[in-house]
Design a protein around this ligand. Structure first.
Ligand code: SF4
Length: 94
């Protein structure tokens, strides 16, 4: 367990300070699921232009896609009516 904690601390040192608090809480199980999803999405986009890039993420195959933060309207996206974010499978028609 000590090795895991050491590796965890090394990993967190690489997270930009602005995002380190949530990443720490998520990795240590001290936040809710929404916080953990947000932390993962922040990491996924490389901590750059986070709200825009996560909100406009089109990787609908990602298991977190429906739960990602910064979506314009979750109701519209769940109904597949969003104009900015494709619904799962949208654009795959042949
Ligand atoms: S939903 Fe998008 S931004 Fe979030 S982890 Fe998945 S691919 Fe990355």
């Amino acid at each position: 367990m000590t090795k895991i904690l050491t590796e965890l601390e090394k990993h967190l040192e690489k997270v930009p300070p602005m995002y380190r608090g949530l990443a720490t809480r998520a990795l240590k199980g001290r936040c809710g699921k929404a916080g953990a999803v947000k932390a993962k999405c922040q990491e996924c986009v490389g901590y750059e232009d986070v709200s825009r890039r996560v909100g406009q993420c089109t990787v609908w195959r990602c298991p977190l896609w429906r739960f990602r933060p910064f979506q314009k309207s979750k109701a519209l996206i769940q109904d597949g009516l969003s104009t900015s974010t494709p619904a799962p499978g949208e654009g795959l028609e042949e």
